[in-house]
Design a protein around this ligand. Structure first.
Ligand SMILES: [Cu+2]
Length: 140
């Protein structure tokens, strides 16, 4: 009987000696340090337009939002911006794109490979960022 108890005790000690699982380290999922505020939309909420159409991707600007406000495109695609609002809006990606569209007008950007290259980019309306006129484009 004593021997059985001893074996159980050793087995328990052996379990305690196991190293912690590798995922137990300090939060590897911390997002990049971004000066931008706010919640990053989940990728599943983004519209993947890269396969749906080969030509320019249409983004509607309204007062004050984009539609879609999160989308994925291929790097060879351009973005056609149509301002359906009653005020001036911009499509601005820091250090890469700054297109202003007057009400009722539309403008097409260069293909994204010439502007940003692949990656995930926040875009804003420089006039209405504080009103939440922001979005995310994933360039593939
Ligand atoms: Cu705006």
């Amino acid at each position: 009987m004593k021997r059985v108890l001893l074996i159980v005790a050793l087995a328990t000690a052996g379990c305690d000696a196991l190293p912690p699982p590798p995922e137990a380290g300090p939060s590897p999922g911390t997002p990049l340090d971004q000066p931008m505020r706010g919640t990053t939309p989940t990728p599943t909420a983004c519209h993947d337009i890269s396969a749906a159409q080969a030509g320019p991707v249409a983004v509607i600007m309204q007062d004050n939002s984009y539609s879609p406000d999160c989308f994925a495109i291929s790097s060879t695609q351009a973005i056609q911006l149509a301002n359906d609002g009653e005020t001036r809006h911009s499509f601005t990606i820091a250090d890469a794109v700054d297109v202003v569209v007057e009400p009722g007008n539309r403008t097409e950007t260069e293909p994204m490979e010439d502007l940003t290259g692949p990656g995930t980019f926040d875009f804003i309306c420089k006039y209405h960022e504080d009103d939440g006129m922001v979005g995310v484009v994933i360039v593939r």
